[in-house]
Design a protein around this ligand. Structure first.
Ligand SMILES: *[C@@H]1O[C@H](CO)[C@@H](O)[C@H](O)[C@H]1NC(C)=O
Ligand SMILES: *[C@@H]1O[C@H](CO)[C@@H](O)[C@H](O)[C@H]1NC(C)=O
Ligand SMILES: *[C@@H]1O[C@H](CO)[C@@H](O)[C@H](O)[C@H]1NC(C)=O
Ligand SMILES: *[C@@H]1O[C@H](CO)[C@@H](O)[C@H](O)[C@H]1NC(C)=O
Ligand SMILES: *[C@@H]1O[C@H](CO)[C@@H](O)[C@H](O)[C@H]1NC(C)=O
Length: 539
């Protein structure tokens, strides 16, 4: 071994043993330094303060390959505590890196913290965004794409280029003004518009005959969108890391926090076409257009815009049921996705979560089974690790909606590692909801109108064969959505509304997935650089 190589090797061991839980030294590392600052942009034509990462809005994309180790030094130049969460990244055995206030102390203003995690056994289209306060309403979000290792074949036709579209609703008011409004007890109005990749005039230039993979994520903080490209049907290939049946769609609903990947072949005549995103279930409907420009085109796109589906919840629910897993396709590993027969596994526990708008102390709040979540000063994970009492009450949240008035609280549901559970989201509101679980993908077993009852399951309304496995699911107005999840990832995991105002006002809970055996095989140690705050400071 040459001297330099030997030195690198030894350094590798030292870095590895002091900084990382070290089983994955063979997998490549991607290093990022992110300067988080305020800046001015005018995405809707009006200059406003936004949150930039390395002077970019949206933030820089992470382009990883399955099993890469990701190291991100986040330098917080804002005047408020800050954290970024990695939406859809499973953080296997290490909720320490999840970047939410239940697992991490926030990075104080004018200081930094380095995340280190592995994108173990994952492929797919994901994102990151700030989890603190209402920060993400001002930016700080970006794409997080994980590509197949070269030894794994992709289960769909080859494409020429990968294009990332971050589509989402946007307010001209900044995060502080929005937060103030929520703090005063008022809900947010409809957003001011929609953006594609942070602008109102997004343009993509492609070549006739080529096929592009568009990765489309709804980065918005409240509204569901419908996405379509004039004259160009889309073949769905992936949803949040799950390879789907390759159905062809004229338009696709993407709810807050969800991601899809579609193949689009430029088969049209050489001209420009509209790329359209419009809100679903809002009055009025907000629409934004981008342009798909064929190289060499001299012809601007022509109206009318491709039509959106009508308001109907029924259409959207039917459409959602057509998004199914391709059982013979691989994902991050060569084995077929259908080899895990989730429909044959016995459900050991059913948790029915009713999610509702409530009033507590004369203020607007949102609650889950009667508890409106409030972040304690001490992260739940730190309290758990150091046995600090008085931070949370395990099982404060019941498995079914209780009667009685709603309260503020720190809601944690205690669950046993390796259990297989059913979670039903009951939406009693007139608006659509979107729910996300950190640390997991789950099977979307069913959607239905009205109130869920145990009969629904018995009536075989569930898809127990090829349901899509994803991390974020919509719950239609006055309807329910049922998911099945295999609790194989020990840790403290946030289950939260993707409607950020509702989440800010308490619509969330943590799942403590636990067994009493302390072992690095089930959970990593606390990272050596962990920040301490609240009651954990004295420990
Ligand atoms: C903060 O950033 C510096 C480099 O600028 C780095 O050496 C240090 O490890 C970082 N601190 C943490 C806690 O990540
Ligand atoms: C979009 O608008 C901005 C601001 O008006 C302008 O600087 C930019 O060139 C435009 N981009 C395209 C692709 O037209
Ligand atoms: C499912 O995936 C396989 C590759 O494993 C592919 O050949 C097949 O076309 C896919 N089926 C559908 C219906 O998308
Ligand atoms: C929480 O509830 C689960 C399921 O009912 C149970 O297994 C667990 O023991 C409970 N934990 C506590 C501390 O009550
Ligand atoms: C569903 O349940 C809620 C609250 O539990 C109740 O107010 C409502 O009337 C029920 N709806 C139907 C259709 O039964």
């Amino acid at each position: 071994m040459k001297e330099a190589t030997l030195l690198q090797f030894l350094l590798g061991i030292i870095v590895c043993s002091t900084l990382f839980f070290c089983t994955n030294a063979e997998d490549p590392y991607l290093f990022y330094t992110w300067e988080v600052t305020y800046g001015t942009r005018a995405p809707l034509g009006v200059p406003q303060q936004v949150i930039l990462i390395n002077n970019q809005f949206p933030g820089p994309p992470i382009e990883a390959v399955t099993n890469n180790n990701i190291v991100v030094n986040v330098i917080n130049h804002l005047d408020e505590p800050f954290l970024i969460t990695w939406h859809g990244i499973m953080q296997r055995r290490t909720s320490w890196q999840d970047g939410v206030l239940g697992t991490n102390c926030p990075i104080p203003p004018h200081s930094n913290w380095t995340y280190k995690f592995q994108v173990k056994d994952q492929i797919g289209t994901f994102m990151y965004y700030p989890s603190t306060l209402m920060h993400r309403a001002s930016g700080g979000f970006g794409a997080f794409n994980i590509n197949q290792r070269s030894v794994i074949s992709i289960p769909y036709p080859a494409f020429d280029e990968d294009v990332t579209l971050l589509v989402g609703d946007w307010y001209i008011k900044g995060h502080k003004a929005l937060q103030k409004q929520l703090d005063s007890g008022l809900d947010l109005p409809l957003p001011d518009g929609l953006l594609i990749n942070g602008v109102s005039n997004f343009t993509f230039t492609g070549q006739k005959g080529k096929t592009y993979k568009f990765r489309v994520t709804n980065v918005g903080i409240s509204t569901s969108i419908n996405f379509r490209i004039q004259g160009h049907p889309m073949t769905l290939v992936e949803v949040e890391g799950c390879h789907t049946l390759q159905e062809v769609y004229e338009s696709i609903d993407i709810h807050a926090g969800q991601s899809i990947a579609v193949l689009v072949t430029l088969h049209g005549s050489v001209k420009d076409y509209f790329i359209v995103a419009s809100t679903r279930f809002t009055k009025p409907i907000l629409t934004t257009t981008g342009i798909l420009l064929y190289q060499g085109s001299q012809t601007p796109p022509s109206l009318p815009l491709p039509v959106a589906p009508t308001y109907h919840v029924h259409w959207s629910m039917k459409h959602a049921r057509t998004i199914r897993m391709n059982l013979t396709a691989n994902a991050a590993r060569p084995n077929p996705q259908g080899s895990f027969h989730y429909g044959a596994i016995k459900v050991v526990r059913t948790i029915l979560l009713a999610n509702e708008k409530v009033e507590i102390n004369d203020k607007l709040r949102y609650a889950v089974n009667g508890i409106s979540y409030v972040d304690p000063a001490t992260p739940l994970k730190l309290a758990d690790w150091f046995n600090i009492p008085g931070v949370f009450v395990l099982n404060g949240t019941k498995d079914a909606p209780p009667s009685g008035p709603p309260t503020l609280g720190v809601s944690v549901i205690g669950l046993t590692l390796h259990d297989f559970v059913e979670i039903v989201f009951q939406n009693t509101e007139k608006t659509i909801q979107s729910w996300h679980l950190d640390g997991y993908n789950f099977f979307v077993a069913g959607y239905g109108g009205g109130n869920w009852t145990t009969d629904v399951r018995r009536r075989k309304r569930y898809n127990l064969v090829d349901a899509v496995s994803r991390n974020t699911v919509q719950v239609y107005p006055k309807s329910w959505t049922s998911i099945l999840v295999s609790l194989d990832n020990k840790g403290m995991w946030n289950l939260r509304s993707q409607t950020w105002s509702k989440r800010y006002l308490g619509q969330g809970v943590y799942l403590r997935v636990w067994n009493d055996e302390k072992s690095l095989y089930t959970e990593t140690d606390i990272p050596p650089n962990a920040l301490f705050c609240g009651k954990a400071v004295q420990s």
